[in-house]
Design a protein. Structure first.
Length: 349
């Protein structure tokens, strides 16, 4: 007696349902990525909440990668393509090809090497011994401090900072508006940017290379922009605009400190683009040393307090004739900001 062949299990509908489920999960992961990408791509004056979210753009690469992984499991071609494009966009922003680069100088051009460091000391609470140790261990010749106080200045003196960097231009204050510049080279106060709640002093640094005797003047701006919070966002934009106008002046410029903005803010990128029309830059973008050094995942804030993903809001920005290297980030006890350190090469003259 013949028996009917057993029916094959209905695996295809189950597989199809699984494919749909994975694809739906991929789209759910991709949705916030797409929203942030839209805000990042359009250089508008976004409202406060968007500006703050954009600060964390580098970390969006993680959900973008997860979305692509889920899409690959789901094997829906259009979902795979969509999530792959989103991930590619995040990687482009993480390692931007449009970042400014230093201008190549002639081989015979005279230059002055300079090691620089900047730190927001958080109301002067940064550990003075750690600051002096960083200066000594890294051979720092020029140091800027934001939120500088008289108490911190006294502590730095007792720790021996003035033996390493004997020249000082200082305006201490207890309300976060204070600033200081310590230098191995002579300093000349050259005023400050007008109309900013935090002091942003401009100082001429008179450089001399001890090996070659080459000399140069560096125009240093100690940057401390207002943070983009509540109704102060307009002042934040104004502060960045004033830094950009300072950078457009003739000469070699270093504008370093706490910008309270990241490379993902269009306002900061506009500051870098201001060099394109500057007479002192030869029509080239200003250079964000951290970005061109691959430091987008080397956060400078917050180093304490809320467990937030770290972001880069402290920057060294230079005119394009200044080249840079050896960029590094260092945590300093007592401050919610990290110190940033780099080597610069300044054209003579």
């Amino acid at each position: 007696m013949d028996h009917p062949a057993p029916a094959l299990p209905a695996t295809r509908p189950v597989r199809r349902r699984a494919s749909v489920a994975w694809s739906v999960l991929a789209l759910l992961a991709a949705l916030p990525v797409a929203g942030i990408s839209l805000f990042r791509a359009v250089p508008a004056e976004w409202p406060l909440v968007v500006v703050q979210i954009l600060s964390f753009t580098p970390w969006v690469v993680l959900p973008a990668a997860l979305a692509l992984l889920l899409a690959l499991v789901g094997r829906r071609l259009w979902v795979v393509i969509s999530t792959a494009v989103l991930l590619a966009v995040q990687l482009f922003w993480l390692f931007p090809l449009d970042a400014g680069t230093a201008e190549a100088l002639p081989a015979e051009a005279a230059t002055v090497p300079l090691k620089v460091m900047s730190l927001n000391s958080e109301y002067g609470e940064a550990d003075a011994a750690s600051i002096v140790r960083l200066v000594r261990d890294n051979g720092v010749q020029l140091l800027t401090l934001q939120e500088h106080t008289q108490r911190l200045e006294d502590q730095l003196r007792s720790e021996g900072l003035e033996k390493l960097l004997p020249n000082l231009v200082s305006e201490p204050n207890d309300d976060a508006s204070g600033g200081a510049v310590y230098s191995a080279f002579p300093l000349e106060a050259a005023g400050l940017l007008p109309g900013t709640p935090f002091r942003m002093d401009v100082t001429r640094v008179l450089l001399t290379d001890s090996a070659s005797g080459a000399k140069s003047t560096l125009h240093l701006t100690n940057v401390h922009a207002l943070p983009p919070v509540d109704d102060r966002i307009a002042q934040w934009r104004s502060d960045l605009g004033k830094v950009a106008r300072q950078a457009a002046r003739p000469g070699n410029h270093l504008l370093m400190g706490d910008y309270n903005s990241t490379y993902d803010h269009s306002e900061f990128r506009e500051l870098l683009d201001s060099g394109l029309s500057g007479t002192s830059t030869g029509g080239r973008k200003l250079v964000d040393v951290g970005t061109v050094s691959g430091g987008r995942f080397s956060p400078t804030w917050p180093m304490e307090g809320l467990p937030l993903p770290g972001i880069v809001i402290d920057h060294m920005v230079t005119t394009p004739r200044i080249s840079s290297g050896d960029y590094s980030v260092h945590q300093v006890p007592g401050s919610d900001h990290a110190a940033i350190v780099a080597s610069l090469v300044i054209p003579a003259g």
